[in-house]
Design a protein around this ligand. Structure first.
Ligand code: G3H
Ligand code: ZN
Length: 281
């Protein structure tokens, strides 16, 4: 069934676990993620990024409704989150499109501009009943990301984070602690001591972005140190594409997409299952 993101994040925080948020690009992503979550018997967040909306021609409705419909008919709890919003007009459509939460991404901006833009986004989001995640410290690596005001490898400062959370009113905070977006190897090493200091400094749940580049043990330690929402995208696309490529290489005669997309979807579901055992176990 479909539940609000706030509920899944609060439950995870209370249990000392994390909730995983997986990026949905196509209908098959939503099907694979929920199948993997059902197999693992864990709740899950389906998140659709502004980039994915762009892929669908700028229309958020069809893919959001598809994901919501898949979530509604599941045995586990599923929440719908709008990810990496930079265009405030997209945020304004979020509640009507069925999302219970969004991430407003002003992480590339200098502190004062990030603060002002995020504060305005929070005010609007709360008026619309949305839970809002902000970012401080800039997690780089996103394709087509705007030029950042921050140096590569910048980290979130705990004292600045405390001030930022109090001044913006965000419900959760994405932090820069050593991960980077779109990594195809799980070689990132995280600053676990910094995660602990951030957890002690701010009173909202911490979010790890770019988690595809983080190995199982590093993820477990990050959750123990205080990460409550773990965002994963690239790892699923690697699994899907590898299976599709293998299938098509072995069977060059195939033309029906159901034959190879099904293999990709199954493999993606297996990846979801094993990642959920790591972060929500
Ligand atoms: O917001 C989405 C995530 O940060 C996903 O990052 O594709 O590197 O796993 P990733
Ligand atoms: Zn991200």
């Amino acid at each position: 069934s479909l539940v609000p993101t706030r509920e899944l994040v609060e439950k995870a925080a209370a249990a000392g676990r994390a909730v995983a948020a997986f990026n949905v690009i196509t209908l098959e992503h939503a099907e694979a993620i929920t199948a993997g979550a059902e197999a693992a018997d864990r709740s899950v967040i389906l998140q659709i990024s502004e980039n994915a909306v762009r892929f669908h021609g700028g229309r958020v409705g069809p893919i959001a409704r598809a994901a919501a419909e898949v979530g509604k008919t599941c045995d586990i709890d599923v929440a719908l989150h709008l990810d990496h919003v930079t265009d405030i007009r997209l945020l304004h459509t979020a509640a009507d499109a069925g999302f219970s939460s969004a991430m407003f991404d002003a992480g590339a901006l200098p502190y004062a501009e990030n603060l002002a833009a995020t504060r305005a986004a929070v005010r609007w989001a709360h008026g619309a009943g949305l839970w809002l995640e902000g970012e401080l410290g800039y997690v780089g690596g996103k394709p087509d990301a705007p030029a950042s005001a921050h140096a590569a490898g910048v980290r979130t400062d705990p004292r600045e984070a405390a001030r930022y959370v109090a001044d913006t009113g965000v419900d959760a905070l994405a932090v820069a602690v050593g991960s980077s977006h779109a990594m195809t190897e799980r070689s990132a090493s995280l600053d676990h001591a910094l995660i602990g200091r951030l957890r002690d400094a701010v009173r909202v749940p911490l979010v790890l972005h770019g988690s595809s580049g983080v190995g199982d043990d590093e993820l477990r330690r990050a959750v123990r140190a205080g990460i409550v929402k773990v965002n994963i995208g690239t790892a699923l696309n690697i699994a899907f594409t590898r299976a599709v490529r293998e299938t098509l290489t072995a069977r060059p005669d195939l033309t029906d997409p159901r034959r190879y997309v099904a293999r990709g979807r199954e493999t993606m579901a297996e990846t979801v299952h094993s990642l959920l055992d790591v972060v929500s176990g």
